[in-house]
Design a protein around this ligand. Structure first.
Ligand code: BTN
Length: 232
């Protein structure tokens, strides 16, 4: 990653780079909005729901961006990440509610939002994954067939995040619904605190929560992730 180039292109931002760090989320705490923390490798990368994030050295984007609180931030960040990947590679991505970025049914990027700090992990040049991730994770390189520049993705990502987080909630919900094959008509299973439910997605409510139409005819509003395509 060409950090000096990023600093030249975004002179108003503080951009910190760590060749190796436990988690960029921790390093970003307390920095002012607009600040960016990047790492070449994370030794304790954090995923959503207390999971870890596989952060192979030199292969991915491991980035935390300090934002101001904004409506529908989680959905906006998924849109921004998908937009940046498309601009950098030409590949269209799907979005799995609330903000997993998918290529051919596998996850290529994940987003964690903590106190208006956006943690974005993108699998870029990974050529393989540990066995436990191999069925559900992919990388950009596995689809393009050639290495992808981390710098090019960051040059697209930072402006995309700025653009999408400034949109109003209704626009974000509308754009997400249009961009995501998971938003409506998708058979899904959802991990809930009281068990797994199965049904068909039926759009987002105005706040951006996912409506799942269960097979017993009732609707459930999904407030947090854990959504998977049924049978996957
Ligand atoms: C997910 O579970 O889908 C969210 C993954 C978020 C990973 C990124 S990598 C950069 C930032 N630092 C972390 O420790 N996690 C986020």
């Amino acid at each position: 990653m060409d950090i000096e180039r990023l600093r030249r292109e975004f002179p108003a931002r503080r951009i910190d780079y760590y060749p190796a760090i436990d988690s960029t989320m921790r390093a970003a705490v307390g920095l002012k909005p607009g600040s960016v923390v990047l790492a070449g490798q994370q030794t304790a990368g954090q995923g959503r729901h207390g999971r870890s994030w596989h952060s192979e050295a030199g292969s991915g984007i491991y980035c935390s961006i300090v934002l101001k609180p904004a409506p529908a931030l989680t959905l906006a960040l998924g849109l921004a990440t998908a937009d940046a990947i498309t601009r950098a590679t030409g590949m269209a991505c799907d979005l799995r509610w609330p903000n997993d970025v998918m290529l051919a049914g596998k996850k290529v990027a994940g987003i964690l939002v903590q106190n208006a700090i956006a943690g974005i992990g993108i699998n870029v040049n990974h050529t393989s994954f540990p066995a436990e991730l191999a069925l559900e994770a992919t990388s950009l390189r596995l689809h393009t067939g050639a290495p992808v520049s981390l710098t090019t993705i960051m040059l697209a990502l930072l402006p995309a995040v700025d653009r999408f987080v400034e949109l109003d909630k209704d626009t974000i919900v509308r754009l997400f619904t249009r961009a995501s094959s998971y938003a409506a008509g998708q058979r899904v299973t959802v991990e809930q605190p009281d068990g797994v439910i199965e049904g068909t997605t039926a759009g987002l409510d105005p706040a951006g929560f996912l409506i799942v139409h269960k097979d017993d005819g009732t609707d459930t509003l999904i407030l947090a992730g854990g959504v998977r395509a049924a049978g996957s």
